[in-house]
Design a protein. Structure first.
Length: 299
């Protein structure tokens, strides 16, 4: 793998690290299986790309994309909390609706950003090439969001949200409005995913209505993979593990597709993804089994 491919994998890993943060918040913190991310990711891309093409500031476009993603998460949570629709079904309904909404926003299946000013444009005039500046810019953005997310989860509201996911009945007994916590958590989760979609569209130069297919799998693979390779004793370590998992996942994909001996091509991406996700799920159990065997052998 050459330097450009390596840094490109890092760049994608940083973007999907934000997706992993959102998935971690919904799946791990709230215990809410959320498939909305397959729709909120292209939603963020569609909103930001459309606003940028119409002459708006790219930072403002990214902020509006985050608000749109939060709205999508609120709809899913509202269907579950207020209308009592099963959380998985509620997220599927929102995801399906977002496909049509994204088409409405863009007015066509895709929007090109070639030649448009994005949030990366001011950094392209420096001495460093784009394939170095882009990961650096994304690193700063992701680290800022990581710090803010950790601070939030250690705040009073964040602790109430964590209690809601861990034991809703006990949380209600302590006066926590669990419905509001779910609404807030799902809004933040999908806002993070929408920001990832906006950044991805600006770095790739286009937004496409189908770019959200399989995003939930990537997010889950990042969360599970990060937990498999890192300790998650504290909330900070757990969130860092999500980012590490996303970067390792993208590096593994890039390595597999660039190994000539495997003979894999770009159309094999979904196959490689399925294999990596399966490995990420199975690896923790295998590690525990092996440690148990060695422990019994020593005794």
């Amino acid at each position: 793998m050459n330097q450009i491919a390596f840094l490109g994998a890092i760049e994608s890993g940083l973007v999907f690290g934000l997706v992993a943060f959102g998935v971690f918040l919904s799946f791990r913190i709230l215990q809410f299986p959320d498939l909305t991310v397959d729709g909120s990711f292209p939603l963020g891309a569609a909103v930001s790309a459309t606003l940028i093409v119409n002459g708006n500031d790219p930072w403002l476009a990214t902020l509006v994309a985050a608000i749109a993603g939060a709205g999508a998460g609120l709809i899913t949570a509202w269907l579950n909390v207020r209308l009592k629709i099963l959380h998985l079904l509620a997220s599927i309904l929102t995801m399906i609706a977002l496909y049509s909404i994204n088409l409405r926003i863009m007015g066509r299946p895709n929007v090109a950003l070639l030649g448009e000013e994005t949030l990366l444009t001011p950094f392209e005039s420096g001495s460093l090439p784009y394939y170095i500046t882009t990961p650096l810019v994304f690193s700063v953005i992701v680290l800022i969001i990581l710090v803010l997310l950790v601070k939030f989860l250690y705040s009073e509201i964040g602790l109430a949200m964590r209690a809601t996911g861990a034991n809703p009945r006990m949380a209600r007994a302590h006066g926590i409005n669990t419905g509001r916590m779910i609404l807030l958590g799902m809004a933040i989760s999908n806002a993070l995913v929408a920001i990832a979609g906006a950044l991805f569209a600006q770095s790739q130069g286009s937004a496409d209505v189908t770019m959200g297919v399989g995003v939930i799998v990537i997010g889950l693979a990042s969360v599970i993979g990060g937990e498999a390779v890192m300790s998650t004793r504290t909330m900070l370590l757990a969130i860092i593990a999500c980012l590490v998992g996303a970067i390792l996942y993208r590096l593994a994909i890039a390595t597999a597709l660039n190994l000539d001996m495997l003979g894999l091509k770009s159309q094999d991406l979904n196959l490689v993804t399925a294999v990596l996700v399966t490995a990420a799920i199975v690896f923790p159990g295998m590690k525990r089994s092996l440690s148990g065997v060695f422990t019994r052998g020593d005794s």
